[in-house]
Design a protein. Structure first.
Length: 198
């Protein structure tokens, strides 16, 4: 069973020594890792395990890393996973191609551990924050009386359901101080110490 305190990272690299080195470094820094040797295995593991971040070698046998990244970004279930490219060639053309494919960053080989971990930490933390804060944008048509919201299909629904479906917010219910005396006048009197003699 995975430890939720250890973000899971997927490493996709056909070089065994690089895979093992990355796994060792990341484990020491408090991350869990899952390893893939090629594009097909990397895509399958990304879909199965939903890692917090993917470290992806650009030069892979068969489908290269650029195409793997494009495939990930085309999948609504996987497109939000940040991808950092691993490359032995830090030429501007290759770096630009990586960003155009959807990567958030790149790391050159051989790895410089401090640089590697700084980049990994930044993007894992950014992903965590993005998961916690999913913002609703735009104008929300709301009924002035019952406060239901009209969705994109024209159906009206309770605000709790609308927001829950479109964000990671969860609702709990209570009564504000203004509504307590309206709906529970006896309870309100007990709390305020103004209980009339019966």
């Amino acid at each position: 069973m995975e430890d939720p305190s250890r973000p899971l990272l997927l490493v996709v690299d056909d070089a065994q020594t690089d895979r093992e080195l990355l796994a060792k470094i990341l484990d020491r820094e408090g991350y869990g890792t899952v390893l893939a040797v090629d594009a097909a295995q990397g895509l399958a593991l990304a879909a199965q395990r939903r890692p917090a971040l993917i470290l992806l070698d650009i030069l892979l046998p068969g489908m290269d890393g650029l195409e793997v990244c494009r495939t990930l970004k085309a999948d609504p279930a996987l497109r939000d996973i940040p991808v950092i490219f691993l490359t032995g060639q830090a030429g501007s053309d290759q770096i630009l191609a990586g960003f155009e494919a959807g990567a958030v960053d790149y790391i050159t080989k051989p790895f410089r551990i401090l640089e590697l971990m700084a980049r990994v930490h930044v993007h894992v933390e950014l992903k965590r924050v993005q998961n916690e804060v999913r913002v609703l944008r735009g104008i929300l048509p709301t009924c002035a009386s019952c406060k239901k919201i009209r969705d994109e299909q024209g159906a009206w629904q309770a605000i709790e359901g609308y927001i829950t479906q479109r964000s990671e917010a969860q609702f709990t219910h209570g009564l504000c101080p203004e509504c307590i005396p309206k709906y529970f006048p006896d309870f309100s009197e007990v709390r305020t110490g103004h209980v009339a003699d019966r």
